[in-house]
Design a protein around this ligand. Structure first.
Ligand SMILES: Nc1ncnc2c1ncn2[C@@H]1O[C@H](COP(=O)(O)OP(=O)(O)OP(=O)(O)O)[C@@H](O)[C@H]1O
Ligand SMILES: Nc1ncnc2c1ncn2[C@@H]1O[C@H](COP(=O)(O)OP(=O)(O)OP(=O)(O)O)[C@@H](O)[C@H]1O
Ligand SMILES: [Mg+2]
Ligand SMILES: [Mg+2]
Lengths: 158, 160, 160, 158
């Protein structure tokens, strides 16, 4: 219904503004409706203002900025309705060291309401893990899974 | 609900039965290029009822069944089980999907044979309906930025 | 031939004139997310005669001109110079491209006004014709794998 | 002409096989023609066999494997006709530590015939650089370029 949709937009807009301000201190962000008169059909756009820069569409951001802004939108929606699980495949690939730290903070904030499954090549990202799994091919073409006990430092077959 | 275990047997690069026992918080998977990390996520998607083979990075339905290596023959079937712990009373629910090379498929919920639609309905009630809401594929993290306005709207409606 | 210098003025996030004096071997550019690294590569492509604004990550031709920040006004023009050292006798060749907000453009080779076609013909003779042969954009490294068979053929023909 | 095309295919096929064998020791690769009877129009396909696995199309490889196989094809063409410059924007993002080392070896092999301009966030990739440039925004929205003199350890404005 119209009322429900506009309430959802308002709540996600609020969340997007807050999460974005954590990731880009001094920046701002908003969820806008392309045609507010037609709530049942209107498309949705995301506009962001990076610290010290002008308002612009997500398209014009850099690779790393786009990744972080997309995650801010996703997590803003989770504030309203958490997903039971969230699966992220190498989302930290475009991020610099500082933004990897921001991502880690974001994951820690949401881990109580959402279970995360995350693939990464970044040693820093691994630091927030509650469980680490290694996958390897001891025999070519055959994958095996083992869990890594970081406190003990060695690995044991899963 | 949270996902307690993923069990793979004959799925893509997993000819030997393998399982991953997950924690509630943040589970991280690491490993060399080509070792099978994204294959595990494909197994999770397939177990959740995904039917589009292109989403599973294949071109035909047999691409998800182990197709052999220099000393092993291709396998006849692939099987994935997902074990969820339901939030209330630690009750478990096991979703199993199995497919044969000839195209036959079997779906089970707690060993009870069901249709695909029963499986996806059940998962929907656990909050695992629209995949875009909880799954970001490799290389696609900026995709929310490039999604069209109507697609963004339909994603937003998931949060309602 | 090798590229000795890139000079930017008013191009994207470079309102103050900046130059990069390159070495013959491996030149590495580093910097935080959003600092302007890919913008430098866009400047290089634009200086080589690129006309598709989407390849320069813009939506209209003015997107390549500095559009202001919290205390500076948008600029009226963008200018990029590429200085090549030609292999034989260390002779230099300077390719300049300048565009104004009203859409006017100026092209120069060694300060001589030329048309865009003269610039691209000259660069073609230096071996800088088909961009896919020497430029991999951010996020596109796997693109050779996903290119169709006819596109792969046309790329292969560049090597002839 | 037909003769020229089939000579090019043969030479690049040779190069692709050699470069691929360096990157994936024990693997093999080939450039194949979809319709060898029609040399003037035929499309070209790339098939690879990873060590211990079966022959397959590039599409079925993992993210990191696709990146490396694509680079092998590009450098195989450079063997025949080097590009004067080669511009690579964060091509090491999907690669693990071992494959970053393979990439570095590849760059070193071709740097005599091709000038490289490379953007990376990987400290390891920087190690092969002959020159390093930093780009930063001292003022929000305004980029400045400085060159980093690694022997001296400090940076000077470009
Ligand atoms: N049906 C199948 N049978 C056997 N092997 C398969 C099958 N489908 C895919 N593979 C293999 O799985 C490998 C890819 O695995 P995957 O994409 O999970 O790698 P990854 O660990 O995610 O690597 P990266 O870090 O590069 O992303 C490929 O080498 C491919 O050959
Ligand atoms: N015409 C313009 N005027 C001013 N700034 C611009 C203009 N066009 C793009 N920008 C800015 O340039 C920034 C992007 O720069 P760029 O894509 O080069 O970043 P990057 O250093 O490659 O980052 P990453 O590591 O995330 O890929 C954006 O924040 C954008 O606002
Ligand atoms: Mg992967
Ligand atoms: Mg960039």
């Amino acid at each position: 219904s119209k009322k429900r949709f506009s309430e959802t937009v308002e709540a996600v807009n609020q969340g997007f503004r807050e999460v974005f301000a954590i990731l880009f201190p001094g920046g701002s962000a908003e969820v806008t409706l392309l045609d507010p008169e037609d709530l049942l059909n209107t498309g949705v756009e995301l506009n962001v203002r990076l610290p010290g820069k002008r308002l612009q569409n997500l398209q014009l951001l850099s690779g790393g900025e786009k990744a972080l802004a997309s995650l801010a939108f996703l997590f803003a929606m989770f504030r309203l309705k958490p997903a039971p699980i969230c699966v992220l495949d190498e989302i930290d690939a475009p991020l610099d060291e500082i933004n990897v730290e921001s991502l880690k903070k974001l994951l820690k904030t949401y881990e109580l309401s959402t279970q995360f499954i995350l693939i990464t090549h970044h040693p820093k990202t691994m630091e927030v893990a509650d469980a680490v799994f290694g996958i390897t091919m001891k025999e070519p073409g055959v994958s095996t899974i083992f869990s890594i006990d970081r406190s003990a430092g060695e690995a044991s077959p899963a | 609900a949270y996902l307690k275990k993923i069990d793979l047997f004959g799925f893509k690069s997993f000819p030997d039965r393998q399982e991953m026992i997950l924690k509630r918080g943040i589970n991280v998977i690491i490993g060399p290029n080509g070792s099978g990390k994204s294959n595990v996520l494909d197994a999770l998607l397939w177990g959740l009822g995904e039917t589009r083979i292109s989403t599973l990075r294949g071109t035909n339905t047999q691409d998800i069944i182990f197709n052999g290596n220099h000393r092993r023959k291709p396998m006849a079937s692939a099987e994935v089980s997902l074990v969820f712990t339901l939030s209330q009373d630690d009750e478990e629910k096991v979703f199993l999907r199995k497919s044969f090379r000839d195209g036959e498929s079997v779906f089970r919920i707690n060993s009870q044979k069901v249709r695909l639609k029963d499986l996806t309905d059940d998962l929907y009630s656990l909050g695992l309906g629209d995949r875009r809401y909880f799954f970001i594929e490799q290389g696609m993290v900026g995709s929310l930025a490039t999604m069209g306005p109507l697609e963004k709207r339909s994603l937003l409606e998931e949060a309602a």
